[in-house]
Design a protein around this ligand. Structure first.
Ligand SMILES: NC(=O)c1ccc[n+]([C@@H]2O[C@H](COP(=O)([O-])OP(=O)(O)OC[C@H]3O[C@@H](n4cnc5c(N)ncnc54)[C@H](OP(=O)(O)O)[C@@H]3O)[C@@H](O)[C@H]2O)c1
Length: 281
């Protein structure tokens, strides 16, 4: 496996197995330079979102890289302020404009249950999904999916969607493995993307990860990312630090044993992910 290997989504589109995260990466030089560094290091999949405020910088880095558009996979996401069909239609066009792209590879509903619209999430998700389906028809988006969805949010969407969600991007690392969602995704042909694969930096000193890292002369970040790939997930590591951006891509010159994977499977505490029906946004 390499950084440019792909998973195949349910609609036949290919998606590179590691994506580069950009949450909390400030717009401007930091975002532009970190994405440029990632592309130079060989990443071909960038994950951003309207709410991150850095789509313009991400787009600049892509444009300046000189890499052909069809060799880079770009994901962005619909924020919680989009409730209606028209809101979503506008949000898609705004993201395309900010990114300076004429199509998105993947567009996700960022959260299933915006606070301001509770408890009407089912209708909201159906309405914005129709706008996303229409954008696929118009050639503005290749694949559509969701993020932070549990089975209770996915079921109604699956019942009404013309185009089934191809991805569910969820909080997922050895400390919080969301096994119910992962199982439901799999049963429904939905690829699981692992966001915060390093627990936003909070899991890097787990003694078990440190022991395994020492054996392979790798970092704990690399062990967590390798585990994610071995589980068939698509990890989205974020960094603004050149050495870490490079390190997080060096995952293919060692293999974890089945025993080690089982030990990491046993670290699940399930405490860190947010309940999407109870968030403050
Ligand atoms: N869909 C959603 O709701 C959602 C939510 C959260 C995240 N995401 C996506 O998932 C991506 C990743 O998640 P995340 O941003 O929470 O964090 P993460 O990738 O789990 O961890 C990033 C943190 O770890 C540090 N780090 C990265 N590589 C390291 C290494 N090799 N050694 C030591 N420290 C390292 C980074 O520091 P520096 O940057 O300072 O180097 C940063 O503080 C996001 O950027 C975003 O694209 C999606």
């Amino acid at each position: 496996m390499t950084l440019t290997d792909t998973y195949t989504l349910s609609n036949g589109e290919k998606i590179p197995v590691v994506g580069f995260g950009t949450w909390q990466t400030p717009a401007g030089d930091v975002a532009e330079e970190s994405v440029a560094t990632a592309l130079k290091a060989g990443y071909r999949h960038i994950d951003t979102a309207a709410i991150y405020g850095n789509e313009e910088s991400v787009g600049q880095a892509i444009a300046k890289s000189g890499i052909p558009r069809d060799e880079i996979f770009v994901t962005t996401k619909l924020w919680n302020d989009a409730i209606t069909y028209d809101d979503a239609k506008k949000a898609i066009d705004t993201s395309l404009e900010k990114l300076g792209l004429d199509y998105l590879d993947l567009y996700l509903i960022h959260w299933p249950n915006p606070k301001a619209n509770r408890p009407n999430n089912e209708k909201r998700n159906a309405d914005v999904w129709r706008a996303m389906e229409d954008a696929v028809e118009d050639g503005k988006i290749k694949s559509i999916g969701v993020s932070n969805f549990h089975e209770r949010h996915l079921r109604p969407l699956l019942a009404t969607a013309k185009i089934k969600p191809s991805v569910n991007q969820i909080y997922l690392n050895p400390s919080d493995q969301q096994k119910d969602i992962v199982k439901f995704n799999k049963e429904n042909g939905i690829l699981t993307e692992a966001y915060s694969p390093l627990g936003t930096g909070k899991i890097l000193e787990l003694p078990t990860l440190m022991e395994i890292a020492e054996k392979y002369n790798k970092s704990t970040a690399q062990i967590a990312l390798r585990w994610s790939l071995d589980k068939g997930f698509l990890p989205l590591p974020k960094s603004v630090t050149e050495s870490r951006i490079i390190q997080n891509a060096e995952l293919f010159d060692f293999d974890l044993t089945m025993d080690e994977i089982n030990i990491l499977d046993g670290l699940d505490e399930g405490k860190l992910s947010l309940n999407p029906d109870n968030t403050d946004f």
